[in-house]
Design a protein around this ligand. Structure first.
Ligand code: SF4
Length: 240
């Protein structure tokens, strides 16, 4: 299998189609994961707004910590755009403290809310509506929202076809030889979106939502930074 060299591709301006062997392996990987792990029913969140808040809070922390912060917000009846916007910063920091980096995340939440209120009158559906590229640019223009957070909001809250890449994805793909170790976010996203586009509509959306969720489970449970548990991993048959 030939891993794509992102810098080379960028320099030459080429957007090569993925190696068919990689495409085949990526599609096979999902079948193996789905069989062993079942559908993951992601993203955990009762509303689109809650998904967006969770996407910001989960930066650099585990979902367990996010759950505690979300529970605090719910308990304070603050998991709603207007109420969250009215919360004094100090109170917001206290409520989201379990998610870590609470000062930074409070500012990011407030930046998100500022756009939501200023440009969309608090309407999260309107904020996430429009062509995927336009909404993505919109989200990326908010301070502290990078590609992974924006794509999580797009895919799980906005139901846009935008594949989410994270550190787990890169580690798994690199270890299997599906990407170059230096591949950047856009290269990996393009690889996934081109390789995993055999469905359409709602089925495609569910496929991409669940695919990312499956990789997160593998990354957490098996593909550790050191001493990966390959023998127990559902993807072991796909190792080079
Ligand atoms: S734990 Fe091993 S088999 Fe599983 S994804 Fe990582 S490298 Fe592959």
């Amino acid at each position: 299998m030939k891993a794509e060299d992102s810098s080379q591709a960028k320099r030459s301006g080429q957007r090569n189609r993925p190696d068919p062997a990689v495409t085949k392996a990526l599609r096979r990987a999902y079948l193996l994961l789905r069989k062993q792990q079942g559908h993951q029913q992601w993203w955990p969140g009762e509303t689109r707004f809650e998904v967006c808040v969770g996407a910001i809070l989960t930066q650099n922390t585990s979902w367990k910590n996010v759950e505690r912060a979300i529970a605090n917000l719910k308990h304070a009846s603050a998991l709603e755009p207007e109420r969250l916007s009215r919360l004094p910063r100090s109170e917001l920091c206290e409520l989201i403290r379990p998610a870590g980096y609470f000062n930074v995340k409070a500012d990011r939440l407030r930046s998100f809310l500022q756009m939501l209120n200023r440009d969309f009158n608090g309407d999260i559906d309107a904020m996430l509506a429009g062509p995927t590229a336009t909404v993505r640019e919109r989200l990326l223009s908010i301070s502290g929202i990078g590609p992974e957070t924006a794509d999580s909001m797009l895919l799980y809250a906005g139901h846009h076809h935008s594949f989410v890449i994270d550190a787990y994805t890169k580690r798994i793909f690199t270890r299997h030889g599906w990407c170059h170790p230096n591949a950047d976010y856009e290269t990996l996203q393009r690889l996934c979106e081109q390789s995993l586009s055999q469905k359409s509509g709602a089925k495609q959306l569910d496929y991409w939502q669940d695919y990312h969720a499956q990789l997160v489970v593998v990354g957490k449970d098996y593909c550790r930074p050191k001493q990966p548990l390959c023998e127990q991993c559902p993807l072991s048959s796909l190792l080079p």
